[in-house]
Design a protein around this ligand. Sequence first.
Ligand SMILES: *Cc1c(COP(=O)(O)O)cnc(C)c1O
Length: 398
Amino acid sequence: MAVRPVAFKKPQSQPETEQPQSDLFDTHPEVRLDFKHIRAALKQGYTKPFLLVDTSLIRNKIRRFKAALPRVHPHYAVKANPDPRVLKVLIEEGAGFEIASIAELDLLLKLKVPAAEVYYSNPVKSSDSIRYAAGKGIEWFALDSVEELRKVHGIKPDARLYVRIEVPNVGSDWPLSGKFGMKAQEVDAIVAEAAALKADLAGVTFHVGSQCRNPENWRVGIQGAKRVFKKMRLAGLQPRLLNLGGGYPVRHVKPIPSIEKIAEVINHGLRDVPQNVRVMAEPGRYLVSDAGYFVCRVVGTATRSGKRWMYWDAGVFGGVIETTEGLRYDVQTDRQGKLIPWNIAGPTCDSVDVCMRDELFPEDMQEGDFIYIANAGAYTTAYASQFNGFPLPEVRVV
Ligand SMILES: *Cc1c(COP(=O)(O)O)cnc(C)c1O
């Protein structure tokens, strides 16, 4: 039968020194969708790009997460992949959820998730969204400004609130710091305001940055949270939520610390966190990424000023966007030709629609060839639009 496609040896583009301490990486086997499922799916035909997901891998990932972090309740970050079949498996496995919008809330309520299991982790929300979520029974709301504290408290005086603090995003492939998170000295003002309003500011959260390959960031985040807890108690507040956020990495081409390695750091940090504090995390990528292959196709090739260009039917607007921020996927094809540098673009006419530059692919790539992107179950289909009239990629389930 058909052979496995070719995974190319990619050159190391980053110097070794850029990577976090190498002793943090270990060799726990990471999973990947069995390629025979791709061959079977393609036998049923191909009309547009698709993500093929094996939900049993998602099941295994959440079990592994819980085993490594027995004190931590996983709340899946819906944005990573909101497909209802993905959500259903996570519901069956007892996951809670983290949302950024009321549309994500509605999706969960339709699947009969109790509102109390859903945490509204977007630090800045419209008044209408807060009112809607409160009406549906959401209890916990994130914030990182005095303005948002007053806003949420004004709408729902008994809301339980958790403050997002800033932590280093060093070693994350997709840093988030800068947009959200309070600095240590800014937290005092929010603690004082909560005490004055008698608002139930009861938790701390942070996000180490997505695809975080540096476990040290969680240690720093937990330490920062403990300092905020102390300030809260001094102000008469009752801290009882520690939310470790997301960022747990999956393997692509760079080495990663396994969840077990990260758990050593987290579990150590949790030793002196009182038992009445609920500890949760918000894994997104970790739970779904390696459960899926993204499959698309070459629509044409060209040579411009001596440079080879390859155009795929899914680009920046069709699901292959994380490459533009430096994420390097393991991309495979069925060709065996000599590897040469290609520029890879999507099918739209927008000049932004360039996924990769100077990536090695076989020189004999042609129209109609399939492209197989491994471990692409997160932040692919979820990002896609129908810009320029190209169809949304579909999610298929094994
Ligand atoms: C996106 C997001 C997550 C999930 O991040 P991953 O890197 O996919 O684990 C968790 N929490 C919040 C608040 C987020 O915005």
